[in-house]
Ligand binder design. Sequence first.
Ligand code: FES
Length: 686
Amino acid sequence: MAHQQDRTAVASAGPGGVDHGVEVVEHHVPGVLRARRCRAAVAPEVPGDDVVVAGQGGGLGRPRARRPAEPGGEDDGRALAPGLDVQPLARHGLECRAVDERVTIGTVADLQRAGCLTGKAGAQPVCVFWSDGAPFALDDRCPHMGFPLHRGTVESGLVTCHWHNARFDLRSGGTLDPWADDVRAYPVEIDGDAVVVVVSPAPDRRAQLQHRLEEGLEQGISLVTAKAVLGLLDAGVDVGDIVRTGVEFGTRYRQGGWGAGLTVLTAMANVLPHLDPADRPRALVAGLAFVSRDTRGRPPRFPLQPLEGGPPPARLAGWYRRFVETRSSDAAERSLATAIAAASGVPADLGSVADMMFAAVTDHVFLDGGHTLDFTVKAFEVLDHLGAGAAPDVLPTLVPQTAAAARSEERGAWRYPHDLAGMIAEASARLPERLAAGSACAVRFDEAGAGGDGDGGGGGGVARLAWSILADDPAEVVGAIDGAITGGARPEELGRALAYAAALRITRFHTQNDHGDWDEVHHAFTAANALHQALRRWPSPALVRGVYHGALRVYLDRFLNIPAARLPTPGPADLADLQACWDQEGRVDDAGTIVYRALTGGADPAAVIALLGRALLTEDAEFHWYQTYEAAVRQYHAWPAGSEEGALILAGCARFLAAHTPTRRELAQVVTIATRLRRGEALFET
Ligand code: FES
């Protein structure tokens, strides 16, 4: 139904010399409401003739706040006019437009005498400088950290903030110091003797915030990134769009392709729903800061284009594995790009691309300490956030790392005193027949022989397989996996058992070990988690080989459980005591015990996971900490609610975090500053 616009109204003079900017436009729709006057709060549910817009103080002079603007806080640009709730108007066939406000600041004589006058435009403080014979108006809050600009120094058409000396052009508000951001400039008019600042409707700041986010990434300034992220979230921008910005930046500006930064960003995007809402911005900022750090000082990436009308998928898959095998990175990338183009970005079709990539990742043993597998899984997972259409830009970035990755069979530990790589080759050769036998199995593997055998080996078949993987004899480890496959274990169950075994290495890691050896156990765990995630979605026979790789890696770490730390036991616990474990060094066992006891004592697992997330995001965490937390959260959820396995996994995560805390906690401080700035707090006074 076409609306007929038949009347416009109203702008009324409010207190303080401000003409407030609200214009109501009535769309006359037969049979629907007509607006006759505007004087009080909108009451959309009351049918009738009186439709009104504003409330506070009466009349349109003080529009009622939908989201009350914080005094001096940052404008989010969401409302047409500050605080005006436009939805009820729309329901009544009305639309609301914001129009210019005119703020009288003082007289020309006063301004010339003082050099600077201040006032308010709505909730925003403004300052007007007299310079070179003319007035210039700026927002009075320095965009860097909120210091009042009217206290700054003016010369040569610049105002210099007196806190950190950022300089701003008086005419445009543009900064000469990009870390500080541009300040909003307002037109000023001389009306008789009055100095009048003209405040236009707040522009939609999303584009500006998006630009600032990109600048934060380019310059590596976490405060700029944090302010942009907070602003975008407040403006209702979807988290996926923020992640997309980071991914586009990280894939474009890093010749080496996918790395730790994009992995952290994806891990944080994955766990975001499990974090306390207050901690989610920190998670995004942490991931974006890693992406920025990963690209700094590196050349950009120039992607290779797909072959026009390339060969069929099976041949491309063969090419890809062959070129990775011979470390021919460019050839592999072009093959992969062609395969992705053939898949047309349809999610279901990416399965064939995943199969060929994971086959190449497991053609050799435990590539690059497990990183290659983890990176590959994360690259596919980020497509869950961005959509499969991002695959052509994302997946080929994995190729340089995959082709160059160190192959564990070339390392002595995998050859002597046991030829572990040889054992894997033999097991892999027998895999097709074992998988065939397993698929004919009538009994579900996880239920077979359930009931437990004590000493931590209880639970179903998956848990018992995990404990078997912890055996001291590599032949026993391989035999246990062989038996599980023949016994019908599904790829997902194999991956889950492996990840649990790797988690137990952390939960039983003795603090007498060298501190650096935490790196060994978490690598095995995070790679096992990645394998488990991949097996859940793309359970190809080639990928099942990775279970042998991961299991023998766990075997190699057995010395880190000799002696093994004692597993925690049930008992009373107070989650509030965890904080001391993050604040004091050496509270590793305490942290694990508190978490285990809380979970087995009936604490809400979601609260425990959120607390661990807060601990992570409070610290200046390193790459592997994010990986470990994310892996622990996902592995916890892989087991039934309230399971012993889940409690031990999270206890291990708590131990890992406590082994590395406290740190300087700088990043969390940056996000706190950005949050306080958005609230309009005067940081310079506290
Ligand atoms: S430069 Fe103005 S607050 Fe830092």
